[in-house]
Design a protein around this ligand. Sequence first.
Ligand code: 17E
Ligand code: FE2
Length: 410
Amino acid sequence: MLIKNVFLENAKEAVDVRVKDGKFETIAKNITKKAGENVLDLGGKLMLPPFIDSHMHLDSVLTAGEPVWNLSGTLFEGIEIWSKRKQTLTADDVKSRVNRAVRMQAAHGIQHIRTHVDVTDEKLTALKAIVELREELKNFVNIQIVAFPQEGIMSYKNGRALMERAIAEGADVVGAIPHFEYTREYGVESVNFAIELALKHNKLVDIHCDEIDDDASRFLETVATRAYESGLKSKVTASHTTAMGSYNNAYAYKLFRILGKSDINFVSNPHINTHIQGRTDTYPKRRGLTRVKELLANGNNVSFGYDCIQDPWYPLGTGNMLDPVHMGLHVCQMMGYEEILNSYKLVTTNAAKTLSLKNYGIKKGNPASFIILDATNFHEALSTRAPVLYSYKNGNLLASTQPAKTQITF
Ligand code: 17E
Ligand code: FE2
């Protein structure tokens, strides 16, 4: 197949791309069509590597309002509601919701998802169902599973054993939630446990870390130090880290030294954290996001995740990664032209680094996985909320969208 006239990652001049046997064969200007070759002439559209959702709770998608709506908007009420909904989980319930959500995501050009699956469940119902789906859907979406102890490792009955079982069942990544543990000591212990478990089984680590507006919640320093000392370094990710929005600058200054040395990744989830943080504030009300701009300047890898699609923590959500980019740039005040133009990296290449993906990106020899947006560059794509016209994985079409046509009457 020959794809003509695309702007590769904001390039000013269009190129053509030849795909053969599911791989990128040639990327050059004015490639001549071979006899019988399929041609897709895009007439100047933006081509990007596929979108990645580096932080999503698939097990709880599309359960908002079940059994009740989260009225306080807090993380803690969300956990309480989920704890009830969790008791009614069946494999069919999980699979049918996840199948729907993954297709919503695919429609918006997502081809890789790191999902946190709650393993504080004696039966591990959601984990087992999503391990099966990972296999069933592997030609369409790459699902990476985090063993996520929503109700704690130290503070939940058999918490440690459940984590071990989740790894044995096939989880790819070890999670933890230190700020939710009963004590600071349990929190530190849970981080140490997660690092040791990852070392033992050669797994990645992704910790829900300091997702609270408590300026004394400082598990991130432990995560970074353990990542550094264990040598796991960039195999470790700290998700949310919203307390960093409340730290005093003198402490943050000290903290950034070990963050840099540790080379850990960060995932910020702009929608959910602007919604659930600051809930105990009156005014001034904190924004509750981590320090994205400063982390990037510090050399740390940062990506944006969606986190939730209509669940106990967040009542809305479409799965379109332009949503968190749009919200994140506003809240983090990253609205310079170049920042907007390059912000696609927060949901593509930076996220690929967090997921430790191999052979990701548009270059000769890599799998022909890419998306085409209805825009000429990412600034325009974000401004207009451009649809993903085509999503191709390994040279196969996964999803296509016809742009809506509006008629103005004046
Ligand atoms: N669980 C959690 O601990 N934090 C979140 N943001 C969500 C679930 C969505
Ligand atoms: Fe999360």
